[in-house]
Design a protein around this ligand. Sequence first.
Ligand code: NAD
Length: 311
Amino acid sequence: MYNRIGDNMKNKIVLIGCGNVGMSYAYALLNQHTYVDELILIDMNKDKIEGEAMDLNHCLAYSPSRVLVRVGDYSDCKDARIVVIAAGAAQEVGETRMDLIHKNSKIFKSIVSQVMESGFDGIFLVATNPLDVMTYLTLKYSGLPSNKVIGSGTTLDTARLRYLISNKVNVCPKDIQAYVIGEHGDSEFVAWSNANIALTGMDFFLTKEEQSSIEEEVRNSAYEIIKRKGSTYYGIGMCLVRITCAILEDKKLILPVSSYDSKNEVCISTPAIVDQEGVCEKIYIPLSKDETEKLKKSINVIKEAINSIKD
Ligand code: NAD
């Protein structure tokens, strides 16, 4: 069993919010070799999570993972390494992520205060939308140091971007160095000026028109999926597992997660080094003039959203 150097704690994860996103994360965890020992489920819908725990435990005989799943309560957060929050309202057809702000900010106030009452001192991983605002509220309500509060940010958008580029240029998505940064929402953008494959700039592989069309497709992906199947969850489930592994295995992976930007006083996505302490460093990649303007716009969108919350 992997342990953080110098202690004997189990790798315990508490998952709050066991709907489509939460359970996709849980199922993806069981399908991979992770160092998670225990997965605790918390949700308002008790019957559902009892069923989910039973169903997931029935995977263990054939799973590469050894994670034991059970229903729990907020006292379980005390010795958890990571509390993942995927609770709250999801987008309906025609709704933006920002439209969820008032419903989900109330839910977060109550959830984060209950987690902190347990004595929790681990890392928060937030998936609920509007993502950057919910990450910021988690930081504010918890009072934890900013490295310990991570939002999934644009990890999903970046995965979508790499998939679309890989389809076009016939290269493995893992070998594409390209990031979506900014808000996880309508003002997000691709930092094309630094994107490359094998250290070769993206203009060599894609015309400007192709780049714009891919960027547009990434930005609209969630809307297109929601229109067809109601919600999106497998992609984000996989992103959350990747972030979880970066933390538990102290991997120092570069991931475009949302975290606190002290200069602008918002949580926003830039590539960041993720390890057992959470976000150990945010990387501010050099941007073109046009991209710098887009980043400023994204910061303002998030700031205005935060300011619109009454308390
Ligand atoms: P869902 O409706 O399927 O699940 C939400 C769950 O939260 C439900 O099980 C509900 O009972 C639970 N819940 C609500 N209030 C709660 C509370 N106070 N305490 C405990 N549990 C509570 O929704 P979903 O599709 O799983 O989406 C969850 C969130 O994730 C949404 O905000 C959605 O927009 C977001 N999302 C984020 C990304 C991303 O990239 N970060 C991707 C997809 C979806």
